[in-house]
Design a binder for this molecule. Sequence first.
Ligand code: GDP
Ligand code: MG
Ligand code: ZN
Length: 300
Amino acid sequence: MPDDGLDFGLVVAGYGRHYVVETPEGRRVICHPRGKKSECVVGDRLRWQPAGDEGVIEHVEPRRNLMFRQDEWRTKAFAANLDQILVMVAAKPVFSESQLARALIAAESAGIAAHVLLNKADLPEIEDARARLAPYTRMGYEVVEVALKARTDEARATLSPMLEGKATLVLGPSGAGKSTLINLLAPDAKAQVGEISQALNSGKHTTTSTQWYWLDAQRTTGLIDSPGFQEFGLRQVTAQDLPTLMPDLREHLPGCRFYNCTHQHEPGCGVRAAVERGEISESRYRIYGEIREELSQTRW
Ligand SMILES: Nc1nc2c(ncn2[C@@H]2O[C@H](COP(=O)(O)OP(=O)(O)O)[C@@H](O)[C@H]2O)c(=O)[nH]1
Ligand SMILES: [Mg+2]
Ligand SMILES: [Zn+2]
């Protein structure tokens, strides 16, 4: 135990103001924040001390990074200290490119590496999905194709080295295969959830919240499941910064005549010239315009 007498912990789940904190030995304790300052999210490293069977969070360690989501009311942090983000889509159901783009922008804005995981490669619709993802490959994102259900061993062999030793946040729309992924790589996932619901003495919230899973007994590889394709909190992004968070647009910014070009109507715009040459896809340019419009509205 360190000098100050406080224990170390990792937040593996949180429900309201109850957090499930894992000790370095792998024991799980329900902890409560002492005050506003000790509020935390899944992935937080913290210091706590016992209070009866439970614990009190005294201090949250500085974060390497933080991801936000948007609910009806406000922007809220939901995961911290991530090594990478896997944005999961599938051949079917048809995915929203706008949601994919937003997830990637949120990752760029948080300074977290992101990759795209395309599932259900066994279905004929894979051709369309692949074509829609071609611009993302071109702008430098790694797009990894798997068939989690149809070609399980192959999928495991592809994913294991990508995930090993890292904390990976998995995001994606309902139906993409997130649960299939967790169950494939963390065969004891149900037990891990069960342990947490038991600790919290209620199972009712456990399927809708962010949750940390260990993929190995040594607890070095973490997968963080955050169900649903949230509206990402992009409010910390300014309209001026937005194109710098979109690699295909970013590449052409030096071609703009005006330093404060909005890439919408100015003459001598490198971005629009690239759209005309087909180097930026029409859909990416449209998504840029939509997000820019939203950011301008919320800001003023
Ligand atoms: N054809 C096909 N179906 C899959 C594959 N992987 C998952 N599914 C199916 O897709 C559906 C949604 O998967 P699920 O893991 O629940 O998605 P989630 O909503 O993202 O958690 C389920 O019926 C899975 O059996 C795959 O590789 N190929
Ligand atoms: Mg699911
Ligand atoms: Zn421009």
